[in-house]
Design a protein around this ligand. Sequence first.
Ligand code: 3PY
Ligand code: MG
Length: 271
Amino acid sequence: MRTSEPRPAAFPAAALEFGGTHFNGWLSLTSPLVVEAVARAGFASVTLDAQHGFATFDSIVEGVAAAALADAPALVRLPAGDYALGARSLDVGAAGLIAPMIEAAADARAFVDAVKFPPVGRRSWGPSRAMTLLGLDRDDYLASANELTLALAMIETERGLANVDEIARTEGVDGLLIGPNDLSVSLTRGATIDVGHPKVVEALGQVLAAGRSAGKPVAVFANSPAMASDYVRRGFPMIALGPDLAFLSAGAERALSDVFDAPAIGVSAGG
Ligand code: 3PY
Ligand code: MG
């Protein structure tokens, strides 16, 4: 007996285009409890980070399910070039993939080849968990998977920026995601890691323009709530904020300082 409706684990690119800002919670820790807590805090989706975070295939299996419990699609950021993990993540119900360090159309094609079914790519069949999560049968999943699963190419190097138009135009790439930290490292030739550096700020406009002319959404990673506010003002439709460790540290610091800032509530010392 079915006890609940299928969870909306899908995440069509069109979801990013209806106006407003989509906030994604960026997770480096592997506990499904963390995934669910961040999703329930109000983020519209989460990212399980297998590049610089601790996500593994096993934690992705659990994380996708934990996000589904909170009605949030889960994206997976892949280790650079690990498109096999991308296809496996989609098989277990990830709603989309983020490929770091995409620098040319050939990189974008290799990504798309692994994660989109023909005729767009060459993804291999085997989405058992994804079909269950979405409540789709085999034919319906095959017919809709390319649309329902998002493939985001990260632009975060000088070379990627130089080739951003051809990357954005690659069929099967559903959108771009800017990595401002790596962009700073790359554009300043390793001199500084400053997401507010003028070269990084200029690059934001260039990537937004490439997305606009290809008709694809451009997302950005924000290191802090202040950066996220700035990106809202710049009109990004999707902002990834995190990581969870920063949320945890900020919450812990806040809890401790609140102990001393709280007004007295009249508890007597006893006696
Ligand atoms: C970057 O800013 O370089 C990122 O990859 C965000 O995680
Ligand atoms: Mg990066």
